[in-house]
Design a protein around this ligand. Structure first.
Ligand SMILES: [Zn+2]
Length: 184
């Protein structure tokens, strides 16, 4: 390489720069690099848009959501979940939910995409009857057995309250657990 030559940032060929700031060998390379950059920005914007849809105070996230938030390949996460390295609740096919706190403990804070925003609010829930579902209601609403509801409640230490014959759990916590989209 002659001292005046530069390596094109796109194709890697050596070239004689027209100006000191030239980094591409040709107009074609410069255009390709620009397109590439735009594509990357678009991908980042798309991921950011998806990440923004995940409420910050939602404790339970899907595997695709966890992948985006923590920058880990979905495949890897599914494998870790399967091996039991990441505890999860399986609400059915493709309805695996992971506790966000567990992810943070394992992989550090979530993506910078979300950190830029205000810190998550302290979890608040009300145990007033009107803010709660009964176990029966939860089972019906989310199409799962009451036994599963109880085991999820125990597993994730969701507060409950007995009123009369029925056990109630806060709507907010239950919605957190069972809602959320898989992006696939
Ligand atoms: Zn080039």
């Amino acid at each position: 390489m002659k001292r005046s030559d530069k390596q094109c940032l796109n194709c890697g060929k050596e070239f004689l720069p027209k100006t000191v700031t030239s980094v591409y060998c040709s107009h074609v390379c410069s255009k390709k690099a620009y397109k590439q950059k735009m594509k990357q920005l678009k991908n980042e914007a798309e991921i950011k848009a998806l990440v923004d849809k995940i409420p910050q105070n939602r404790a339970f996230i899907s595997v695709p959501e966890a992948g985006m938030l923590f920058g880990i390949a979905k495949k890897t996460l599914y494998r870790l979940v399967e091996k039991g390295k990441i505890p999860s609740v399986n609400l059915g096919t493709r309805l695996i939910r992971i506790d966000r706190r567990v992810m943070e403990e394992m992989f550090g804070p979530a993506s910078i995409l979300q950190q830029a925003e205000s810190p998550p609010k302290k979890k608040l829930y009300s145990l007033e009857k009107e803010d709660c579902y009964s176990i029966g209601e939860i089972a019906q609403r989310f199409q799962i057995s009451e036994g599963s509801v109880y085991s999820h409640i125990r597993k994730y230490s969701i507060p409950t309250r007995q009123i009369g014959k029925h056990v109630y759990a806060p709507k907010s916590e239950i919605d957190n657990l069972y809602n959320g989209n898989d992006f696939i």
